[in-house]
Design a protein around this ligand. Structure first.
Ligand code: NAD
Ligand code: IMJ
Length: 257
């Protein structure tokens, strides 16, 4: 499989060992990448502890993706330590809890703003900061994580569906903008996985059962499998692919009934 030796990557969105971003970190580090991981304040201890488990200790930095100052200092540090960047993984998403329980029609202006800021705009801000570092390496690969709720309606996904639609459109516009600089931008649309972002979502086990029963592969997806697909898109194996949303969902999205 793809060799990441000599490559440097930045991974945003690790909260704990179940995080999809952590599975991607393991896939990349396992293939020889040197990593920087960022965490959102409250997850510092978890991420520091997890990072001990990687063969080469990563750079671990705080980053609230709503903060331009945080983003600026992360890339300054990464440039200082790595002298450039080969890939960026964006795995941050958030909507205020109430927005995922109230009827969609009751979505608030502030809930909408926050969901789109954290879950979609942050990809633009991070990619803009990454671009000059990637140019030093003759190009790079950016990857984000999305969900089928961007184009189909799932109960309670609500404003997150709107944010994921914006995120996927952002992938296409960034791909077109940065393609001439050999920077690729893609998304993986993962099937449901029991992570922190899924914890406490009413009926999540039902969702997992529906996928397992109806998906062509008749099973759910594991975070490690998203990690493998991510390694493909982040590596030279994917070097002609940009602006794409790759479905990693056991084929669920093709089903009609
Ligand atoms: P997770 O809770 O482990 O990851 C979400 C991450 O977002 C956390 O690390 C959290 O710290 C981070 N985050 C939230 N607000 C932030 C902020 N202001 N600044 C910085 N980071 C912030 O859950 P996950 O399921 O691994 O989610 C990762 C991505 O995968 C998300 O984009 C999610 O939408 C997407 N996704 C998840 C599933 C699923 O079923 N779990 C399916 C498809 C796509
Ligand atoms: C989340 C809510 C409702 C339905 C859902 C999900 N389905 C799936 C998810 C069907 C698969 C998980 N997912 C794809 C997400 O993107 C989750 C994002 C998320 C989760 C929370 C929970 C805690 C909180 N805010 C959140 N914001 C975004 O307070």
């Amino acid at each position: 499989m793809a060799d990441f030796s000599g490559k440097h990557g930045l991974i945003v969105g690790v909260a704990n060992k179940r995080s999809i971003a952590w599975a991607i970190a393991r896939a990349a580090a396992g293939r020889g990448a040197r990593l920087a991981l960022t965490y959102q304040g409250r997850f510092e201890e978890h991420v520091q502890e997890l990072s001990q488990g990687l063969a080469e200790p990563p750079l671990v930095l705080p980053c609230d993706v709503a903060s331009d100052a945080d983003i600026e200092s992360v890339f300054a540090r990464v440039d200082q330590e790595f002298g450039g960047l080969d890939f960026l993984v964006h795995g941050a998403a958030f909507a205020p809890r109430d927005e995922l329980t109230a009827p969609f029609v009751n979505t608030t202006r502030e809930g909408f703003r926050i969901a789109l800021d954290i879950s979609a705009y942050s990809l633009i801000a991070l990619t803009r900061a990454a671009a000059p570092l990637m140019e030093k390496r003759g190009g790079g690969s950016v990857l984000t994580l999305t969900y089928l709720g961007s184009t189909r309606v799932f109960p309670n996904y609500n404003v997150m569906g709107v944010a994921k639609a914006a995120l996927e459109a952002t992938v296409r516009y960034l791909a077109a903008d940065l393609g001439p600089r050999n920077i690729r931008v893609n998304a993986i649309s993962a099937g449901p996985i029991k992570t922190l972002a899924a914890a406490g979502i009413g009926g999540f086990s039902t969702i997992l059962n529906v996928y397992r029963d109806r998906a062509p592969l008749r099973r759910n997806v594991e975070a490690a499998e998203v990690g493998e697909a991510a390694a493909f898109l982040l590596s030279d194996a994917g070097k002609a692919i940009t602006g794409e949303v790759l479905m990693v969902d056991s084929g669920f999205h093709v089903t009609g009934m």
